[in-house]
Design a protein around this ligand. Sequence first.
Ligand SMILES: C[S@@+](CC[C@H](N)C(=O)[O-])C[C@H]1O[C@@H](n2cnc3c(N)ncnc32)[C@H](O)[C@@H]1O
Length: 371
Amino acid sequence: MAVAQAGSAAPAVKSGLEEKSTIPDISPSGTGSFEALCSDGGGGARASSVVRLYRALLRPLLRPVLRAAMRNQVSTGQSMLLMRTFFTLYGMPHANNDQIALEFLSRLLPHEAEYLRARTLYGSLRGQLMIAPVVGVPGIGRFVDVRTAWLDEALGEALGKGAVQGVIIAAGFDTRAYRFARPGVCFFEIDLPGPSAEKRALVDAALPDAGAHPRPTYIAADLSKVSLSAALEGSGFDPSRPSVFLAEGLIYYLPPQAVRALFQAVAALAAPGSRFCFDWLRLSCLSGRALNCGFETLATAVSNRGEPFLSALDDETPGALDALARLFGFRCVSTAGARDMAAHFYGDKVPWWDHPATVATCFCYAVFEKV
Ligand SMILES: C[S@@+](CC[C@H](N)C(=O)[O-])C[C@H]1O[C@@H](n2cnc3c(N)ncnc32)[C@H](O)[C@@H]1O
């Protein structure tokens, strides 16, 4: 479990996201139970007839194709790392600025890094397949790219507003504890025991100077077995101090009751003014009320690897995110769809033939603040 101290080295803080809801018609009047706001989508029972047909015809074909394409499977943490570095390796002008992720990738997946950097035919074909309509997920790389930039901005803003503890839940190969380290701020990275140990070894190899890159407190915990509070116990985390909690690429892999427990745990640990930043999946996609072809492929790919999407948040009822925040004693500071966020970060920086930027639209982003 626990390891080293957070220390010095202050990175630049970017300007904050606008504090507004970019999903239309989110009004504080919308209310509902947790079950209505966060659900498993009903196992397809609520799917439209178009989605039922799409799933019946295409899933049986897609499943083996995706299984074959992903046979050299990497862990979910590694695949996030790969996608996070994709645009930087491709030299795209709008890519996120996570240089430490590049360093991690070169050590963990040197061949993948090399064929992407060298833009080999194999690398290009795989990249194109990944974002191709029907067999791929159009805009998935851009979604992860934008998510990285968004969470950097949200974290920078929370630290700028006085957070002195950063809790990175299901950290994987997240690099923010190293990029955002600064005097007076402690970071905590929580992951399963295996990935947590792998991360520590990787950080020691890639960033050997612990003075320049102070270590977070590493917490090895299985959050399906222990609560967040139990995981943080004895780590030095102080719930009376303002904090920022990050859950990137996590909550849709948890069943609704675990999402509820996570929101409750964060709320219990968050001093007033603390922030909780997370990305979420649209219920209209998971339930199949709306056809989103990229989502259908992605859902098949993640269930193929034994990590299906298990929950989503209501993206249709006005005020749903505000209501969800209120249920746990938060206020919703901002929520945005991936398309809005891509426009926010890329603006005109994408080529004219790809304008507005194609981005996977089944996910959204949210920042809650403890009241
Ligand atoms: C999709 S990855 C996301 C990693 C990171 N947040 C990112 O965006 O790069 C999911 C991470 O959750 C971790 N994880 C999965 N189940 C967990 C559990 N029960 N308790 C703690 N961590 C878990 C995995 O080890 C993995 O690092």
